[in-house]
Design a binder for this molecule. Structure first.
Ligand SMILES: CCCCCCCC(=O)SCCNC(=O)CCNC(=O)[C@H](O)C(C)(C)COP(=O)(O)OP(=O)(O)OC[C@H]1O[C@@H](n2cnc3c(N)ncnc32)[C@H](O)[C@@H]1OP(=O)(O)O
Length: 157
């Protein structure tokens, strides 16, 4: 199975979190299960992703939820519209990101994020994510993702 992020064309693949063209990035990769209608990302933090010794830095956890959610939105929208990401790449950006840190996340185990689309409407997708460390739910996220429109970012600076 191919990660959703690997369908992004090069101009959308520089993201620090998930861009395959960012040599310094996290290279987050998300997989879509069309039967369950949910996504999965796995990531193993490095020792330097520390908050306090033994626990993962919350900003990293938010980044995982962020890029996991943008990819989930692309897959959910593609499935809802009967599109193939191979033929029609879709790219979403984050409009809103809410992260609840339910428990400290231990540094060491592989982290597993599960994403479930709550709403797919027009250019907007809402995704809920649960993040597990060694089977324990430690983070819950909710993100609003908006499909980028032509000329995205125009006028900035
Ligand atoms: C090029 C590839 C980049 C890849 C980045 C990967 C992940 C990221 O980190 S993205 C970086 C951080 N995000 C950004 O920089 C985005 C900055 N924001 C923007 O550009 C715009 O506000 C943008 C595109 C999100 C929305 O603007 P616009 O295109 O005008 O959408 P708009 O028509 O207002 O809204 C569409 C829908 O989203 C909803 N929405 C928009 N913003 C929000 C928000 N902050 N909270 C909740 N809902 C929102 C709207 O209510 C609307 O919903 P509905 O259709 O139900 O009425």
């Amino acid at each position: 199975m191919k990660a959703i992020q690997l369908y992004y064309p090069p101009e959308w693949a520089h993201c620090y979190g998930c861009g395959y063209l960012n040599a310094h990035g996290l290279h987050i990769q998300t997989y879509w299960d069309p039967e369950k209608g949910e996504s999965e990302t796995r990531f193993t933090p490095r020792p330097y992703h520390t908050a306090i010794p033994g626990f993962v830095y919350g900003g990293l956890l938010a980044s995982l939820v962020d890029c996991h959610s943008t990819a989930t939105a692309a897959a959910a929208k593609a499935q809802a519209e009967g599109l193939s990401l191979e033929a029609t790449p879709l790219r979403f950006v984050t409009a809103s990101l809410k992260v609840d840190f339910l428990k400290p996340t231990p540094l060491g185990p592989d982290l597993r994020l599960v994403g479930r689309p709550q709403e797919v409407k027009g250019r907007k997708v809402v995704v809920e994510t649960e993040l597990y460390a060694a089977g324990t739910l430690t983070v819950r996220g909710e993100a609003v993702l908006v499909q980028i429109a032509e000329g995205f970012g125009g006028g900035a600076g």
